[in-house]
Design a protein around this ligand. Structure first.
Ligand SMILES: [Zn+2]
Length: 218
């Protein structure tokens, strides 16, 4: 019974209904609890969006993400499983791990974009492949790196950070537009830009700490 790799569509990966390990009743993909007996279910292979009950899209309501995550987290609190069997405790813990993984990935726009590209079948995503094959982007990166290397004081570094911050917001908006029109090539390109801008901002913050060590009070 070899199931060939499923094509990358928006259809759920598992078509066959899942069965509750405890009562054998049907369980929806991504459901944390059995609707029949309320037993906690193993995390399974639901994607991060399905796990949090959100549509598979880059545009995301951050408040809704938080609300769903914290509600699910409360349901999986260890106190609720204190008197349950070791098996149920273990399953609830693996659910909590999967839930945290989903939340961390979807909350950070860069991680969310890379994850969505992977789900859509893009083989080389910017979090794994750091190659920049866009000459303009490469030149831009070199210029910013050079400016950062030459920045003599905290104010100069701060200007570089502010410019990179503004461009990162621009990249984020471009990623959202690209995903909205299913332009995966553009989404991947802008995600690469966002990745290197975030890295630059991170490095610049470290550089600022170096060029402007905290002054002792007085
Ligand atoms: Zn059940």
């Amino acid at each position: 019974m070899t199931e060939a790799a499923t094509p990358t569509t928006n259809a759920p990966a598992t078509a066959a209904p899942l069965r509750c390990w405890s009562c054998g009743g049907p369980v929806a993909s991504g459901a944390v609890f059995c609707a029949t007996c309320r037993a906690v279910q193993p995390p399974g292979d639901a994607d991060h969006f399905a796990r949090l009950g959100l549509p598979r899209a880059f545009a995301l309501d951050a408040a809704e993400l938080d609300r769903r995550y914290f509600a699910a987290q409360r349901q999986l609190h260890p106190d609720r499983f204190a008197t349950r069997s070791p098996r149920e405790r273990a399953i609830s813990q693996s659910q909590a791990v999967s839930l945290n993984d989903a939340y961390e990935t979807l909350k950070a726009p860069l991680a969310r974009a890379c994850y969505l590209l992977k789900l859509e079948g893009v083989a080389r995503t910017p979090d794994q492949d750091h190659t920049i094959d866009d000459p303009a982007l490469l030149m831009d990166q070199m210029e910013r790196r050079e400016a950062l290397g030459e920045a003599a004081d905290g104010a100069a570094v701060q200007r570089i950070v502010a410019a990179a911050d503004a461009d990162a917001r621009d990249a984020l908006a471009a990623i959202a537009r690209a995903f909205a029109r299913d332009d995966l090539a553009a989404a991947a390109r802008e995600t690469t830009r966002l990745r290197y801008l975030e890295k630059l901002i991170e490095d610049a913050r470290l550089a600022r700490a170096r060029v402007a060590p905290r002054q002792a009070a007085g």
